[in-house]
Design a binder for this molecule. Structure first.
Ligand code: SAH
Length: 244
């Protein structure tokens, strides 16, 4: 008796942005596990008679439960918002399966990550080399994050920022802006996208000098331009160099 695990990305939050493979994986599962909010998003695709466990469990416990059910022979979908392999559940699930010496099949189903959805709402800021940084120092030491901010600034990358600020982490963004101002002009365009493709969506284009005065929280993704990023007809565009 062999189960299977899908780690399913559900995109930014609107059903139209969930891929077909994700819907098929969910439909073929005996159990679906995830946070309540994400379970609500996929509710229309789930057979109501099936067990849907909405987890109050922590990430590691949730993955342990998924493995246990799969080992009992069930097909299980573990739901992760955006792309499950970008600061999501995919890595934790693969680590647990490996560490428990299991040979259960794990399929990662990609989703549209916040960087892509935010970029599309802003225009086309990711047209050239970019990096994604998370400002959360819960799992990474702040010194490492600072080092990466310096490197991204020195490399003139477009920078996507996840987890910019939360109720308990309020200073990191200000420190990050100070570092980036050593490399980038104060007038560098910055896109602020809150609740992309969800209720209460907000899209703002500002610049690096004024970024800190905006209301930024844990539902926000930032995209900071490079030296070639411009605002054209209210859209943020990183010029790649085509003769147009
Ligand atoms: N796996 C997710 C990212 C999880 S980390 C993905 O691929 O999108 C959580 C961070 O993602 C948030 O703090 C925020 O910076 C960003 N984020 C996730 N969904 C978002 C949305 N709908 N709008 C704006 N930012 C979002």
């Amino acid at each position: 008796m062999h189960g299977k695990i899908f780690v399913v990305g559900t995109g930014p939050g609107d059903q139209e942005y969930i891929c077909q493979r994700a819907i098929k994986a969910i439909e073929s599962s005996d159990v679906i596990i995830g946070y309540k909010t994400y379970i609500e998003l996929i509710a229309p695709f789930v057979d109501k008679n099936k067990l849907v466990a909405s987890g109050m469990m922590k990430e590691v416990e949730r993955c342990q439960e998924v493995l246990k059910l799969a080992q009992e022979g069930k097909t299980v979908s573990l739901i992760s918002s955006g792309d499950p392999g970008i600061y999501g559940m995919a890595g934790i699930m693969l680590e647990i399966v490996h560490n428990r010496n299991s040979d259960i099949e794990v399929e990662i189903v990609p989703g549209i990550s916040a960087a892509s959805s935010a970029a599309s709402l802003l225009g086309a800021p990711l047209m050239n080399d970019f990096v994604i940084l998370s400002l959360s120092d819960l799992l990474s030491p702040w010194e490492m994050i600072e080092k990466r901010l310096h490197a991204a600034g020195a490399g003139d990358f477009v920078i996507g920022i996840y987890n910019p600020r939360s109720n308990t982490r309020v200073t990191q963004l200000t420190q990050a802006i100070d570092i980036l101002l050593k490399y980038k002009k104060p007038e560098t365009p910055v896109g602020i996208v809150k609740h992309a493709m969800r209720q209460h969506q907000e899209v703002t284009i500002t610049d690096l000098a004024n970024l800190d005065s905006h209301d930024i929280d844990m539902f926000t993704t930032l995209i900071i331009g490079n030296s070639q990023t411009e605002v054209l007809n209210n859209k943020m565009v990183t010029i790649r160099g085509y003769k147009v």
